[in-house]
Design a protein around this ligand. Structure first.
Ligand code: GDP
Ligand code: ZN
Length: 364
């Protein structure tokens, strides 16, 4: 390749941290690239030489096996350029600085990574709908889990007026704890500047939250007029027509980056107790003083957390949410253990049958 670099990777968030992407068992000379789009196994990556389509090498596919380890939008990867073509082959994935993932409870509990190397995750709510405190806490836990910074966005402030508005706001502030809150209105542009401050040049943000709360509208507002093209392309894309210019990693005019994937919009559950700990530091701190080491803060005696609620130092509702989330986390873990057990049993049955069939074959 002799062409001049056309994309400045530093502006795409490249840091020395990601240099591991350039180390692989492949003999090819690798260059860094950031994944801008993923559609099953077809990728669009951004390299210093420009945007190109890419696939994962057979060897890497084999090495990774686990779906969660495959490249996702936002990942830094090592690619080999295909001579004379605008194509690349992905040979390695750099360790992620942060990621957003959810645990999918199917037959097995599987981790599904939605986006990688996120700095800020905006958790968006609409002020005209009843504000869902538990949902906010769930999302916050999820973001903490992946190592990104959560920021709560209360959108559609224009539809929230009077007494009711104040009480919803107060509830949101209580629920958010230490998490920053930004009030916005995509319609008027209120709060857009504050959003921008959380997406400085070369940093990456995502918008998550229930559908209809205004995530696309906020992204449009941030982008200004030019995003219109992106939206049109997206609509084509949804109907199955593919255009290479559609990216899920969007570079904003001032240099900030936003990842907007369909998967990001359908978030629901996850588990992980560390995240729970980060989202409820007050409860974890109080819990240290409980009489029983594994106190669940529900029925136990000499529970420091319940005592704090009685003294009015901790909102009963906050403890309730904590207990509910904790229970779900536990149940999900049990589910996973159960499935692992069933799988093992099935496996041993299969190998026994194979063995017996093999024996019969040789006997006959
Ligand atoms: P998404 O599903 O979260 O991406 O939500 P959209 O951005 O598609 O917005 C859903 C609807 O809410 C659209 O009809 C928007 O015009 C409207 N909407 C978005 N933000 C605001 C706002 O701040 N105020 C008002 N009144 N409507 C909004
Ligand atoms: Zn306790």
């Amino acid at each position: 390749m002799t062409s001049e670099p056309v994309i400045n990777l530093t502006l795409l968030g490249w840091e020395p941290y990601f240099e591991t992407a350039l180390v692989s068992s492949s003999k090819e000379k690798l260059i860094p690239a950031r994944v801008a789009n993923e559609d099953k196994h077809a990728y669009v990556v951004l390299t210093a030489m420009g945007e190109m389509s890419a696939t994962v090498s057979g060897r890497l596919m084999h090495e990774l096996r686990l779906n969660a380890a495959l490249p996702k939008v936002g990942d830094w990867v090592g690619v080999a350029l295909c001579e004379g073509e605008n194509k690349a082959v992905i040979h390695s994935v750099a360790g992620r600085r942060t990621q957003l993932s959810r645990k999918v409870a199917g037959r097995e509990v599987e981790e599904q990574v939605l986006a990688a190397n996120i700095d800020t995750a905006f958790i968006v709510f609409a002020m005209d709908q009843s504000f869902n405190r538990r949902r906010m806490e769930r999302f916050t836990v999820m973001v903490h889990d992946g190592g990104a910074q959560p920021v709560v966005v209360l959108n559609k402030m224009d539809l929230c007026k009077g007494e009711n508005a104040l009480s919803v706001l107060e509830e949101a502030r209580n629920a958010a704890g230490d998490v920053p809150i930004i009030e916005t209105c995509a319609r008027t542009g209120l709060g857009i500047k504050k959003l921008k401050q959380w997406i400085p040049t070369a940093k990456t943000a995502v918008f998550m939250g229930p559908s209809g709360v205004g995530k696309s509208s906020l992204i449009n507002r941030l982008f200004g007029d030019e995003i219109q093209d992106t939206i049109e392309v997206r609509e084509c894309d949804r109907k199955g027509r593919h255009t290479t210019s559609w990216r899920e990693l969007i570079q904003m005019p001032w240099g900030g980056l936003v990842i907007d994937t369909p998967g990001m919009r359908e978030l629901r559950t996850w588990e992980e107790s560390d995240g729970l700990r980060d989202a409820f530091p007050d409860i974890e701190e109080l819990g240290v003083r409980c009489h029983f080491r594994n106190c669940t803060h529900t029925v136990e005696k000499q529970c420091a957390v319940k005592e704090a609620v009685e003294r009015g130092e901790l909102a009963a509702e906050r403890l309730n949410n904590y207990v509910k989330l904790h229970k779900e986390t536990r149940e999900m873990k049990q589910e996973r253990i159960k499935h692992a057990y069933i799988d093992r049993k099935r496996q041993s049955k299969v190998s026994r049958r194979n063995w017996e069939e093999g024996k019969r074959d040789t006997d006959e």
